[in-house]
Design a protein around this ligand. Sequence first.
Ligand code: NAI
Length: 371
Amino acid sequence: MLHAIDTRQLRLPAPETTLSLSDITARAATLGAYDGHERVWLGRDEARGLTAIVAVHSTALGPALGGTRIWPHPSFEAALTDALRLSRGMTDKAAVAGLPLGGGKAVIMADPRRDKTPDLLEAYAEMLTALAGQYYTAEDVGMTLADADFLGERAPNVAGTTRGSSGDPSPFTARGVFLGLKEAMRRRCGSPELEGVTVAVQGLGSVGWTLADALHGEGARLIVADLDRSRAEKAATVFGAAVTEPDRIHAADADVYAPCALGGVLSASTIPEIRATIVAGAANNQLATAEDAEHLAAHGILHAPDFVINAGGLINVAAEIFSGGYDGAAAMEKVACIPATLAAIFDRSEAEGRTPDAVARAIAAERVARG
Ligand code: NAI
């Protein structure tokens, strides 16, 4: 459904700023990744180097929440597609986790190592302020806790900052992925024990590194890859990990493949090369296409749907937004429910002969429809 711009809900940028804000929902609706998104906004500020897209997929269960990704997408269409897919995934993630939140996501087209200037973040904070009431943001790839703090000092709708609130969501995400991975081990191998099990971890950023640390702590052998070679080499030193190339990690001789970098890594070209029998990782949108869930099953690979096991960060941020006072221990207790959610999805998947991904999406759709 397309909406006209409702300026009553918008705090339009102050006249002295150079930020321009436009509703690009109609343009987004021409792309294949569009799935009835409620609203898509483009914020542009050439002087300060900002091109940002905020996509709100659904507010049926609550206000839209999702992190901001800062990434040098090769084209505007690629960035818009990413924002549409990621925000769609946030709707499913919140619904399956039982949270009163909708799905949203933001993408800033910029190289986080080169272009992430205070000016750019200032302009983005103005965009966020204009969208307050419609969209909450938090961290995603390319954004640090310091960036979240910077934005949180300037805009009211930033969660996951250090200012007396939930802080970095990554440890919560990593914990949920770790527990979900072990639940998938239990299902596939009859035991969640990690001693001697080989796990291939792709991406050693905030989540991947913490996950690798936890896996190493329980005796898993690690094979790792990161575009930033120094991170992989550090893992070799700290965890005794074997290092491989980022474009070959999916084919590593491992029991479990844990994608913790970017999405689209489970595709027609990679799936036949995967030697692991379990895929369980943090990366959002791991499946290149919905049909790739079937391809994984046909290759005998058990996939823990990403939006089910990587919900820990969202659960933590929700604890900040909805509780009177943020309680990290209570949030961690909720994260500990992720394996039970996953086990129920695996049960239904086996009973109905559908992939875990299809079952998890059906559960989300049922909850969104109930409202
Ligand atoms: P991050 O930006 O801290 O780390 C990403 C890492 O992946 C970086 O070290 C980067 O160099 C590496 N990388 C990028 N492309 C790669 C490739 N092709 N091969 C190998 N390494 C590559 O990001 P973070 O926060 O750790 O997130 C990782 C994934 O988990 C993302 O897909 C994110 O959307 C997802 N996620 C993160 C959450 C969080 O709480 N941080 C919550 C839910 C999902």
